[in-house]
Design a protein around this ligand. Structure first.
Ligand code: ATP
Ligand code: MG
Length: 405
């Protein structure tokens, strides 16, 4: 069956007035962005739901993109038919034949906003139900929890029929939650934290620290490609690469080994905060999880967080690694995250970082450095890239193999 439009039901609307308008407006904008390859599609955002008219765009491909858009609770592909009983019956039967499997139960559920229509909802339920019974075997009606609900909506212009209720991504449309920066490494955790930030409607810019010549182009491209996967949930994400080698070299030379990591992290957070301020963000997100490694004990977090009063939000703070991995697999970042390209933290990681650094000591050691100069030079070297859904930055495996021949 060829679906003609999709009916979208909104998620968690924060009530009324301006918020509702903002929610619907952003959602319509985000849907437009992810469907930009299909210019024929029309998007009609209304107060209670959104209609996406396909105009021959392939439903399966639109569906792939739509199910990643936050702010959508459920949606139903529908078929628009003429307002005659014969058309309704014919389409209802075709739809049922497509989805029905032996043993399934069903019901017909009619709604009517056009009260001039020849039949009322009870009559339609009964007539269409009877028609299906007389044309199909093994059908069973179940009013409470049917496997299939055949929905018929009689509106002024036409009748709309659907038989699937698909689950959307939930959450809030990206942009309704304000702007922030996300500290993205190439690991498993920060991409998951990014997804969770986007799910709450926060529009994030990625901040990534890299350290050429100690880190390879591949490590940088891996972080960019992860951003490409996450852009499926946002439409577009800015990726900000921050050169970090000079800071790491200086720290390595001047800071006692036990505090290398703490001071490095303090620099990262300060830089992220400066970039946030410039871009008018309100918070910093990262992928820290309490107790996972030495830099993520509460003592470490306190010693690092000391450099700013900006809210630092850690979406995966209380999740186990196995839970984080499960989500990483679901959102499609896991396979890329486990590719072994060393990033800047791994290379300058001291063998025995302190798990309980003292704030005063961290400050004292840091004061030995020209903090402002180091930060200024790092900021002068930043590079911003706009990244779109599924943008690729790493040559794919086949290409690589071919180039080795
Ligand atoms: P991840 O899997 O996200 O790398 P992790 O468990 O490996 O996390 P760390 O490497 O200690 O933890 O990093 C903790 C957090 O610090 C990361 O989740 C990320 O938010 C931030 N971070 C670490 N390295 C970088 C980097 N190179 N660029 C930007 N942010 C980083
Ligand atoms: Mg890491």
């Amino acid at each position: 069956m060829k679906y003609t439009e999709i009916m979208v039901r909104y998620g968690e609307l924060s009530t009324k007035g301006k918020n509702r308008k903002d929610f619907i407006g952003r959602l319509a904008g985000n849907v437009t962005k992810v469907l930009r390859e299909f210019p024929q599609v029309e998007i009609h955002p209304r107060h209670d739901r959104m209609h996406i008219v396909l105009n021959d765009a392939p439903f399966e491909e639109v569906d792939q993109r739509l199910k990643k858009v936050f702010g959508i609770q459920t949606y139903s592909p529908t078929i628009k038919v003429e307002k005659t009983l014969a058309e309704i019956e014919k389409t209802a039967l075709a739809l049922m034949k497509e989805t029905f499997k032996k043993g399934m139960t069903f019901k017909v559920n009619t709604k009517r906003s056009d009260h001039q229509f020849l039949y009322d909802t009870n009559e339609l339920n009964k007539m269409v139900g009877d028609y299906l019974f007389s044309h199909m075997d093994d059908l069973k009606v179940e009013m409470k929890h049917p496997d299939i609900v055949l929905r018929i909506e009689v509106r002024k212009d036409a009748v709309y029929i659907s038989n699937q209720l698909l689950h959307g991504a939930g959450g809030m449309p990206v942009g309704t939650g304000g702007r922030a920066v996300m500290m993205l490494s190439g690991g498993i955790d920060s991409p998951v934290a990014s997804y969770l930030a986007l799910k709450r409607g926060v529009d994030i810019d990625m901040v990534h620290f890299y350290s050429p010549p100690y880190t390879t182009e591949k490590a940088l491209n891996k972080a960019k490609e992860l951003t490409g996967i996450l852009a499926n949930y946002a439409g577009k994400i800015n990726f900000i690469a921050v050169p970090f080698a000079e800071i790491q070299e200086t720290i390595k030379e001047k800071i006692p080994e036990g505090y290398l990591m703490t001071v490095q992290r303090r620099f990262m957070l300060q830089l992220a905060d400066k970039i946030r301020a410039k871009r008018r963000g309100l918070a910093i997100f990262n992928g820290e999880s309490v107790g996972q490694v030495a830099s993520q004990t509460l003592e470490s977090m306190a010693a690092i967080n000391d450099v700013t009063t900006t809210p630092v939000i850690r979406p995966v703070a209380t999740m186990d690694k196995t839970e984080i991995i499960k989500l990483a697999e679901e959102i499609g970042t896991f396979d890329l995250s486990i590719q072994p390209f060393e990033d800047c933290c791994t290379i300058f990681a001291p063998p025995r970082p302190k798990t309980k650094p003292k704030i005063e000591k961290a400050r004292e050691f840091e004061n030995r450095l020209d903090v402002d100069g180091l930060i200024e030079r790092a900021l002068a070297g930043i590079q911003v890239t706009s990244i779109y859904p599924n943008d690729k930055f790493l040559a794919d495996k086949a290409e690589e193999d071919a180039s080795l021949l």
